[in-house]
Design a binder for this molecule. Sequence first.
Ligand SMILES: NC(=O)c1ccc[n+]([C@@H]2O[C@H](COP(=O)([O-])OP(=O)(O)OC[C@H]3O[C@@H](n4cnc5c(N)ncnc54)[C@H](OP(=O)(O)O)[C@@H]3O)[C@@H](O)[C@H]2O)c1
Length: 318
Amino acid sequence: MKIVIPGGTGQVGAILDRALTAQGHEVVVLTRSPRGARQVHWDGATLGDWARQIDGSDVVINLAGRSVSCRYTPENLDVMMRSRVDSARVVGEAIAKAVRPPRVWMQMSTATIYAHRFDAANDEDGGVLGGGEDGVPGYWSYSVRIARNWEAAQERAVTPHTRKVALRSALVLSPDRGGVFDVLSWLARLGLGGPVAGGRQYVSWIHDRDFVRAVCFLIDRDDLAGAVNLAAPGALPQREFMRALRSAWRMPVGLPATRSMAEVGAFVLRSDTELLLKSRRVAPGRLCAAGFTFDLPQWRDAVGDLALRRRRGGRPAR
Ligand SMILES: NC(=O)c1ccc[n+]([C@@H]2O[C@H](COP(=O)([O-])OP(=O)(O)OC[C@H]3O[C@@H](n4cnc5c(N)ncnc54)[C@H](OP(=O)(O)O)[C@@H]3O)[C@@H](O)[C@H]2O)c1
């Protein structure tokens, strides 16, 4: 197949590019800074020559969006929103104009769309969308709004010959250098991987191998459209998540951090505490109902595999 990945130069793009190329597919990445023959320039907002890559392709997987690991200043929030909504809109325009449109358009979304909750997991049918929770900082609702507008941009596109899937993905964990797992491992190995603000908040995650398998499953399954959760069934509280990570690195201690210590840490790392404190409890309802089985459904096994591969080197995340 010819698979076009707008925004495919980042962490998730590297995982997909590597795996899909190894499977023998032709992968083309759309980026604002092309390097090499398989990367094509686009600006993520307006139609251009790049749209010819989409015409005649089989699959489009749009990952573009400004990184969310930043301080949530009004400027950054605005770019986070626009880079997602504009890129989804313009990908939809390119597909609508294509003489030979792709069979499927996967649009990245996020598990952050769901409410901050502890009591039960959010699946696609019974799950609660976020934005109206009590007792959480008001600005958290902005991330939910980004996710909703992102999905709405895909829904609005008129692409009658192209199936649309929104990937509500949890943290995608791979051993690549500079990726999320690498950063968490580094903290754990420094003895800083303890519970944050009590550690009750759930962490949803998906192992890189299962992420690729789920994307391939969704490419093949013509009966599946709309929002699909990409998260292992084994979401768990942050304190247990970090305990297993420490144990994979044989680190006996993990200093706990209070909410205000997390604020200082996030400030130093130029990030935001929402990424640490929001309880993301997500279940892969539609994938499981469709018969998908996870190779690594539980964190203890997944973290063992990731740490082993990381010890063997890991590749750069981007
Ligand atoms: N990583 C995860 O665990 C995870 C989980 C759930 C959802 N997601 C979402 O999945 C997508 C990919 O994740 P990732 O970790 O691979 O992100 P990433 O490493 O930050 O890469 C995102 C890509 O988006 C492009 N981009 C950045 N700012 C842009 C802008 N203003 N306009 C157009 N394109 C822009 C960049 O490509 P160029 O600079 O080459 O143009 C970059 O390679 C993101 O939208 C992210 O929010 C990620």
